[in-house]
Design a protein around this ligand. Structure first.
Ligand SMILES: CSC[C@H]1O[C@H](OP(=O)(O)O)[C@H](O)[C@@H]1O
Ligand SMILES: Nc1ncnc2[nH]cnc12
Length: 301
């Protein structure tokens, strides 16, 4: 393969609350992946779907032992990248902040507001500083494909919407819920940040299907969100989500290459630390995430 050729496609799926397995994956094996950032949420289910290599990671671990603020997002993204994943589809439960997004709605979000406070948000830092753009935090190539295959499968999806990522694990107060609504946010969840930021740093295309499970706590005609409501709605929608993932895998080879938005090349312009000022250990930890742009420098040190 020429040095600049895009990596062969591999779809990563991060399953959120209520999605701990994808039974349709063939030749499936749960693989443990070591990372320089610690342990991922669980083993990763690697196999094929409609002939496409895929990797599935349950975000909260099988059986849901991890809270949203206890997920090692860096390890998860590093592990998927290490396995060869090029694109990540996040399947996430969310609360709705809009009357016209009732439980059962699927939203392919296109913006995020990050209100999380206690999480590692970057692979980079002292010894190697990088600034990637998050102006368009979702990959439109992947989002377009998700929207198209969902419609072809007869699923109703809303394209676009702002996902407010809160720290959790408690649900919002009514004042917070109203605040997010006044900001024009569409859905609220606890996990897609810093996940989307880290995917961008790792040059992975990232899109989310936000699956509405409740009206949070702002709606006068609906009760406050409870975990059992979330799980009940998700179970009712799990087969739709799996249909979507299979259809996505079937169409995956037809997506434009390379990514028109440049998700797969963001590090070409993001590193600011001069090669001579880089910390060798930091550079080594970034072998999977940034190896494409660091290989030469590392070899020289
Ligand atoms: C069980 S409800 C709250 C929980 O569900 C969402 O997680 P995920 O995005 O992984 O589906 C939400 O963000 C919270 O973590
Ligand atoms: N209302 C809500 N707030 C935050 N995360 C959620 N996940 C599902 N429903 C949610």
């Amino acid at each position: 393969m020429p040095e600049d050729a895009p990596s062969p496609p591999m779809l990563g799926v991060i399953g959120g609350s209520g999605i701990y397995d994808i039974e349709e994956i063939e030749n499936a094996r749960w693989e443990w992946v070591e990372t320089p950032f610690g342990a991922p949420s669980d083993r990763i289910l690697v196999g094929d779907l409609a002939g496409l290599p895929v990797a599935f990671l349950p975000r909260h671990g099988r059986g849901h032992p991890l809270p949203p603020n206890g997920v090692n997002y860096r390890a998860n993204i590093d592990a998927l990248k290490r396995l060869g994943v090029t694109d990540i589809l996040s399947l996430s439960a969310v609360g709705s902040l809009r009357e016209d997004l009732p439980p059962g709605a699927f939203v392919v979000t296109d913006q995020f507001i990050d209100r999380t406070i206690q999480r590692e948000k970057s692979f980079f830092g002292a010894g190697l500083v990088a600034h990637v753009s998050m102006a368009e935090p979702v990959c439109n190539r992947l989002g377009d494909l998700v929207e198209r295959v969902a419609r072809e499968e007869g699923l109703r999806v809303h394209r676009g919407g702002t996902y407010l990522a809160m720290e959790g694990p408690q649900f919002s107060s009514r004042a917070e819920s109203e605040l997010y609504r006044s900001w024009g946010c569409d859905v609220v969840g606890m996990t897609n940040m810093p996940e989307a930021k880290l995917a961008r740093e790792a040059e992975l295309c990232y899109a989310t299907v936000a699956m509405v499970t409740d009206f949070d706590c702002w709606h006068p005609d609906h009760g406050n969100v409870e975990v059992e409501d979330v799980i009940r709605v998700l179970q009712a929608n799990a087969s739709k989500a799996r249909t979507l993932v299979t259809a996505l895998a079937e169409s995956f080879d037809h997506r434009p290459v390379p990514c028109g938005q440049g998700c797969d090349r963001v590090l070409d312009t993001a590193l600011i630390t001069m090669p001579e000022a880089r910390d060798a250990e930091t550079v080594r930890r970034l072998d999977a995430v940034a190896g494409r742009v660091l290989t030469t420098d590392t070899e020289e040190t």
